[in-house]
Design a protein around this ligand. Structure first.
Ligand SMILES: CC(C)(COP(=O)(O)OP(=O)(O)OC[C@H]1O[C@@H](n2cnc3c(N)ncnc32)[C@H](O)[C@@H]1OP(=O)(O)O)[C@@H](O)C(=O)NCCC(=O)NCCS
Length: 166
């Protein structure tokens, strides 16, 4: 895909990335946020990334448009968890199954290889075959399933805790 660029995020991406996120907030249980976010509410999320360190983000750009991202962030607040990160990856709807997720994860994990990250966790609302396949392709394995852990759209959802140990 020659018109695909994987690069660091920039402020001007925030609107497009928020719109992508809100699609999944409003129409799926992939995220357990229940209400859409404004770009202003997502500003702190964008500012939480740096070009080095444990919490990094890469954006997929196609024809000048930000069409997705992959990132790592805090898994849990308490300090001993710091070398464990939680992954996040979202593509604009309609663009899955073309290898873009794979390109994003390749770049993200290559960047993290020199950082003090010992473990990455993907928290996947089940079922989500594309996400499970992508995570497994990058060495994540199912550590356990938390049953009925989120209530959205009037039903309870299981989450798969997928872990990659570096
Ligand atoms: C999950 C997501 C990031 C995967 O990215 P992607 O670009 O679709 O994935 P790729 O094309 O790189 O393919 C990765 C693997 O998933 C598989 N896959 C892709 N779409 C699939 C589908 N609809 N059903 C089953 N497997 C699928 C591919 O076959 C590939 O496996 P392979 O390399 O062994 O063939 C993307 O589909 C997405 O944004 N989904 C909506 C948001 C989401 O679910 N985010 C993850 C939250 S945990």
């Amino acid at each position: 895909m020659s018109n695909l660029l994987i690069r660091r995020p920039q402020q001007s991406d925030l609107r497009a990335l928020t719109a992508i996120y809100n699609h999944y907030v409003e129409t799926t249980a992939i995220t357990f946020d229940l209400e859409p976010k404004t770009p202003e509410q997502r500003q702190g999320w964008l500012e939480g990334f740096a070009p080095t360190g444990r919490h990094q983000c890469f954006v997929a750009e196609m024809d000048g448009e930000a069409i997705g991202w992959a990132s790592t962030g805090k898994f849990r607040e308490k300090a001993a968890y710091d070398s464990t990160v939680e992954t996040s990856i979202y593509l604009k709807p309609g663009l899955s199954g073309q290898g873009i997720g794979r390109r994003l994860f390749e770049t993200l994990f290559a960047a993290l290889a020199s950082e003090d990250v010992h473990s990455a966790i993907g928290v996947i609302t089940l079922p989500n075959a594309p996400s499970v396949k992508l995570h497994e392709a990058f060495g994540f394995a199912l550590a356990g399933t938390l049953r009925e852990s989120g209530r959205k759209f009037g039903r309870l959802w299981d989450i798969g805790m997928y872990q990659k140990v570096f």
